[in-house]
Design a protein around this ligand. Sequence first.
Ligand code: LLP
Length: 457
Amino acid sequence: MEEKESFLKQKIDANSPNKNIVPITTSIESDGKLSIGGCSIEELVKKYDSPLYILDEITLRNSCRAYKKALEKHYPGKSLPIYASKANSSIFMSNLVSSEGLGLDAVSEGELLTALKGGVPNEKIVFHGNNKSDKEIEFAVRNNIKVIVDNDYDLERLEEISNSIDRDLEIMIRFTPGIECHTHEYIRTGSFDSKFGFGIEYLNILFDRISKTKRLKLRGLHAHIGSQIFELDPHKDLGEIMVNVILDAKNFGHDIEKLNVGGGLGIKYTENDDPPSIDEWVKTISTSVVKACKKHNLNLPTLMCEPGRSIVSTAGITIYKIGAFKEIPGIRTYLSVDGGMSDNPRPITYQSDYSACLVGNPFNINTNSKNKYTIAGKHCESGDVLFKEIELANCKTGDLICVFGTGAYNNSMSSNYNRIPRPAAVLVCDGEAEIIQKRESPLDLLKYDVLPDRFIK
Ligand code: LLP
């Protein structure tokens, strides 16, 4: 019996990877088994063990190119897509996005270093954060990385630094535009309860304050309204609001050259999800900025956007090996895997849904019964459940499960809870697999433990 409606049979949109559940290069081999990037998953696990993160290079590159292409098509001014590296930060990811001409957004010294090591040009990096340390701000300034001012504290530090080095510093500011986004609805409010950025109602005071500094030059505005958003209207509104803020800033003598509209475009995790394409998203925001600039007779600013999830999520999959089963008659069957909340904290944190299949039998073929399983992680926490209920063909200990859409906010939010080492990550392309993150070992995890001398007998 073949599963007719399997998500694996859906037509793939190669131009907007966020609209697919699976990586673009997903295929089922002649032996009926799953392969990605021309690599048999079973072979990859034989070589690299499990759990295993896999990234598909073609899907990654297509996502980057989709943003570049759409901006060139829909925005007549200068533009720059910036990868929000919090989604998946590594030397490899920094290198890849930079090779596609994207910039990068970092929120800590760690992410900044990773970007620089990965070869992202300093002038294409922006530095965010609601509590940047003095050391981080100094690091950014020393490396000519543009700081996005989030609060008065940032402003004071930058003012001090610019005076002490006696050099002009170009800054951008982040503000909360009063648009609240949930995945399926949004509202516009007068103000927005957020720890990030300046309230929109405070901006005139801020503009006045910046114009009185000696060395700070306000050149850009930033706003980000949320993540995993499926609606287009919030970004249409955002474009207009931001252009109005350019006008307000002008009244205080500030010449805003850059508008950074944040990220937020959603991806398809399950068949219930239907996000807009990258092209539609970029078109919406571009059209809205162009229209508002025309209306007010303003030169077009450089348009920047900061996608994270929609660049990397669909390119990533995670492979687990099935271990123990526990059947509770009439209630459920738990099937436990060799990873869980340490490599993917999203289900326990946000009740996130994913799609998955058996690597050796992706279409659940040739089984008389389809079974509902609860897929549990291996951590000591009852809530460590990756799937509350999933239909799979009969499966057994040692079978592999592939979870799709795990490229964003899995590896980057992973932990060592229960002293579980982080998985390895491999990149696949044209039948070749290359390691991009080594597997941790339990011994690695002891590296930072210190036993004070007096405890040593
Ligand atoms: N720019 C800023 C300033 C952001 O705060 C974020 C995400 C992005 C860009 C990228 O947004 P994206 O395109 O990825 O939606 N851990 C959560 C997601 C947190 C998003 C935080 N900020 C999750 O796993 O769903």
